[in-house]
Design a binder for this molecule. Structure first.
Ligand code: GDP
Length: 513
């Protein structure tokens, strides 16, 4: 469809992307973000197919019908505060160390690998389609998880929802369930009913509370796997790991090892001895020492790699968390990592381009702000002059009339939520100009992520309509909105949204007689 667009328009648009004149003239492989940018600009609703990008790097294995090698599942433990996440993670981490894995000292690098052999009786992982290790993310407050999700990427394959048996379903338990639901098939769920060592805990009560949230456990004929554990007393950890391994096997998690390494930054910090250090999770390809990588606004020639036990590594396979030194500046959690196959120069160039683009965006925003301020100032001066003139002439100030006209202009106030920040901007850009002198759109708030309670309160207070673009709104939020008389509109196709908003704005106008 983009081909049908006048080349002139397309080129103008592309000149805003990070491209040299030569790239623009010749065939150029757009990355997903650039392609989305253009598609959104032209009113399309792009869907990024991550899997399809494998085809760019043909895997010699796949040519004769074989598939990419298995990779470890990436697991995030979530749940209500004090339900035992930290304790459970610590127990899991220690079992892998206690099992005699090299190094022996656990390092908190934001993620760790547990070899299945350390937890399961020998023989039970003989199956060649089971993973051999499980990668657990333990980033504080799940910063990386949230940051990556906000950018539309998620590295987590399975969420373990920890529910304390003595406390049951709590607000953050529900939040996790909403989050998992909104990820659709991309993320699997295992419920870990924790603190089962406590005397007198009522499992049935916990189960029925989960049932009320639409979660029915496998052991009761539902489809959500669950385990009873105690992180503190180290009960049921083997069960948990076995359940994760089975789920991983069903999901058949694989990644290519050829082509450039890709991944995500989980954590970063300045280490007194090692300098800038970042933990990264390799998602595709093999990351090697000596290679050049870029992430966010910085790059790194990989000087040293260590696993979570502090063991030096030369290579990191997909699904492996490693801490890396050699960063010029610290990258941020959630930054996507890409290998620059042509080395240091390519990495430097890419970062310069990114920085320039960032700078340009900042400048454009500044200029916009200045223009708005100027316009406001001019209007104020004009109104003052008109009022003065009117006073001198002894007439009633026309300023009052001007102000009244502006006041009488009807606005459709909007609270806009969308899945990623690029989309938020695109949606605002498409809607804010709708209207005429008498009625228009006023965006009162924007944000990334699903529609939440505070959006409804804000919309209620400001008499606004909520627009959720490509994001869900839980049933409870929909009910709240309804009872607060806040219109809530969910949409995922931009032109349909534009039509809806147009007709709503038109509805604000007095009927023409
Ligand atoms: P988090 O906030 O979810 O990370 O919870 P913590 O792991 O910090 O645990 C909160 C409290 O519950 C601590 O006092 C733990 O000792 C206790 N706790 C955690 N797991 C268990 C468990 O399996 N059994 C019992 N009895 N207490 C636990």
């Amino acid at each position: 469809k983009i081909f049908g667009v006048k080349l002139f328009n397309l080129q103008t648009r592309m000149s805003r992307l990070d491209m040299t004149e030569d790239q623009r003239r010749s065939d150029y492989l757009l990355n997903a973000e650039q392609a989305c940018d253009i598609a959104i600009e032209y009113g399309f609703d792009p869907v990024v197919d991550d899997e399809a990008s494998f085809d760019i790097y043909p895997d010699p294995d796949t040519a004769d019908g074989k598939v990419h090698p298995l990779r470890p599942p990436v697991v995030t433990i979530m749940g209500h505060v004090d339900h035992g996440k930290t304790t459970l993670l610590d127990s899991l981490r220690h079992t892998s160390v206690a099992a005699g894995e090299a190094g022996g000292i656990t390092q908190h690098i934001g993620a760790f690998s547990v070899p299945l052999s350390s937890l399961l009786p020998s023989g039970s992982v003989a199956n060649s389609s089971s993973p051999t290790t499980i990668t657990f993310l333990d980033t504080p407050g799940h910063a990386a998880f949230t940051a990556m999700r906000a950018r539309g990427a998620s590295v987590t394959d399975i969420v373990v929802l920890v529910v304390a048996a003595d406390d049951g379903v709590m607000p953050q338990t529900r939040e996790v369930l909403e989050l998992v639901k909104s990820e659709g098939d991309k993320v699997g769920l295992v419920v870990a009913i924790n603190k089962c060592d406590k005397p007198g805990v009522d499992f049935e009560k916990v189960k029925s509370a989960l049932g009320a949230e639409g979660i029915h456990l496998e052991e009761d004929g539902g489809d959500t796997p669950s385990v009873k554990v105690s992180g503190l007393a180290k009960i049921g950890l083997d069960d948990l790991v076995e359940t994760l391994s089975t789920l991983a096997e069903i999901r058949d998690l694989r990644a290519r090892r050829e082509g450039k390494a890709e991944g995500y930054v989980l954590e970063s910090r300045v280490d007194r001895g090692r300098g800038n250090v970042a933990t990264v999770l390799v998602t595709r390809g093999i990351l090697r020492t000596g290679s050049s990588i870029v992430a966010g606004q910085t790059w790194c020639r990989v000087r040293q790699m260590q696993d979570d036990k502090g063991k030096p590594l030369k290579e990191a396979l997909p699904g492996t968390p490693v801490s890396i030194t050699g960063w010029k500046e610290l990258p941020s959690a959630g930054d996507e990592l890409l290998e620059a196959l042509k080395g240091e120069d390519e990495a430097k160039k890419a970062i310069n381009n990114r920085k320039r683009d960032e700078e340009r965006k900042r400048l454009m925003a500044d200029v916009e702000q200045i223009n708005i301020k100027r316009k406001e100032e001019r209007m104020r001066l004009e109104a003052e002059a008109a009022a003065l003139e009117a006073l001198e002439l002894g007439e009633s100030p026309t300023e009052q009339m001007e102000m009244k006209r502006e006041e009488e202009k009807k606005f459709l106030r909007l609270v806009i939520k969308a899945d990623v920040s690029g989309t938020v901007e695109a949606v605002v850009g498409s809607l804010e100009h709708i209207g005429n002198k008498e009625a228009g759109v006023k965006v009162v708030h924007t944000g990334v992520g699903e529609v939440v309670e505070s959006d409804v309160s804000l919309a209620e207070a400001s008499d606004a309509t909520i627009i959720g673009f490509n994001v869900p709104a839980s049933r409870s939020i929909q009910t709240t909105a309804k009872s607060s008389n806040v219109p809530l509109h969910l949409e995922s196709v931009i032109y349909r949204l534009i039509d809806t908003v147009r007709s709503k704005v038109a509805g604000l106008l007095p009927p023409k007689i």
